[in-house]
Design a protein around this ligand. Structure first.
Ligand code: PLP
Length: 379
């Protein structure tokens, strides 16, 4: 039997978990023990409606037995194998499934464990690809100042948020920030011009850093952690055009928006919907697994994938994780995506989104409410 250190008992009432993104405090924390549908229950038996879907990831609800069974089945058959040189059936099936849900030419998927890892992998892929294609000077990654792409020292460099950056440097180099396409009304109460930074500002920023130094533009279709900022319609198409003009790769971070959260399978589809119009690299996590397993994905077109055969040191991608594409996580994810499709959850998300926005819109009249935002239009 373990005995608790008296200090830890005083500070955390015996909870030795170091809670991320949480102020340390004495009061006991909510401790959850079970979930069913869209409700969770704590250790005192109290039931809560989960209005945020876990951490934006519990998109199919709690306790879905088909997923539990898929996990049990795969874990008893072959729980894991590192995908370096070797494949597993669930990883192959999941890569196929993701390709079938994305528009052409997005086709090949690298698996990681978390959204942060997916961002880092996408950035490395972009830089390595430019090097292979003969432009090693293209290393800079531009992202929205209010964006959020992860919590590691590289991905924190992709946001300008002082709260996230303060005291953790030096951060990885090679990042600069684009003006966020957000209404200035929200940033400055006296400014009601409603100017939203857009293509003119972004092009000026690209020209000021030198277009030939830029490897990629990395953006969320809807900025989640930054405050559910819904950029104006058309902004991704404008970014796509800028990327094409200056030879820059467009990476969309669909970690929060992917697999239905915005009423389309992927958030970029609201803007990039002409045949063949797509981002160059797409990262996904969260809704990918519905929260049933840690798994993330980076998907690229066949030509980017094939270019890595010309990598001088390996003839492939020099990157990977022990449990990236963990077989049990892939099996769980396949069962989750079955539910997303069979229960038509993407259309349901579109309906619920409209319903919620309509119902919440009157709150905008209150002096203490700055805005009501959600998928489907800018503020
Ligand atoms: N990208 C976006 C858009 C996110 O919302 C998050 C997490 O909230 C991440 C990346 C990082 O994902 P993870 O927490 O799995 O590292």
């Amino acid at each position: 039997m373990t005995t608790l250190n008296p200090l830890s008992v005083a500070v955390g009432r015996g909870d030795r978990t170091w809670h991320p993104w949480s102020a340390i405090r004495q009061e006991p924390r909510l401790t959850l023990v079970s979930g069913h549908g869209c409700h969770v229950r704590d250790d005192l038996g109290r039931r809560y409606l989960d209005l945020r879907s876990g951490t934006l990831n519990a998109t199919i609800g709690y306790g879905r037995q088909a997923v539990v069974e898929a996990i049990r089945e795969q874990a008893s058959r072959l729980m894991t194998w590192d995908l370096a040189e070797v494949s597993t059936l669930p990883a192959r099936a999941l890569a196929d499934r993701i390709a079938s849900m994305l528009p052409a030419p997005l086709e090949y998927t690298l698996f990681c464990n978390s959204g942060s890892e997916a961002t880092e992998a996408a950035v490395k892929i972009a830089r390595m690809w430019h090097r292979i294609e003969g432009s090693p000077e293209r290393t800079l990654v531009l992202s929205f100042a209010d964006g959020y792409h992860g919590t590691t020292t590289a991905t924190i460099a992709a946001t300008a948020s002082a709260f996230r950056r303060e005291g953790v440097g030096p951060l990885s180099g090679g990042y600069a920030h684009l003006a966020t396409p957000r209404c200035t009304k929200c940033a400055d109460e006296d400014d009601h011009t409603r100017h939203v930074p857009g293509v003119q500002e972004w092009e000026a920023q690209i020209l000021s850093v030198g277009p030939k130094s830029v490897a990629a533009i990395l953006v969320e279709p809807v900025l989640s952690v930054g405050g559910v900022i819904v950029p104006p319609p058309g902004h991704l198409a404008e970014l796509r055009a800028l990327c094409d003009r200056y030879g820059i790769l467009l990476i969309t971070d669909e970690v929060a928006t992917g697999f239905g959260r915005t009423g389309k399978v992927f958030g970029f589809e609201h803007d990039l919907n002409a045949p063949g119009q797509a981002p160059d690299i797409v990262t996904t996590a969260k809704g990918l697994t519905g929260g049933y397993a840690p798994l993330a994905a980076v998907t690229v077109p066949a030509d980017i994938y094939a270019a890595f055969a010309r990598d001088p040191l390996l003839g492939g991608l020099r990157h990977g994780h022990t449990t990236g594409g963990h077989a049990t996580a892939c099996a769980a994810t396949l069962a989750v995506l079955d539910i997303v499709e069979n229960d038509e959850l993407v259309a349901a998300a579109a309906d619920r989104g409209t319903q919620l926005l309509d119902a919440l819109a009157p709150l905008k009249q209150r002096p203490t409410v700055c805005d009501v935002r959600g998928g489907g239009g800018a503020c």
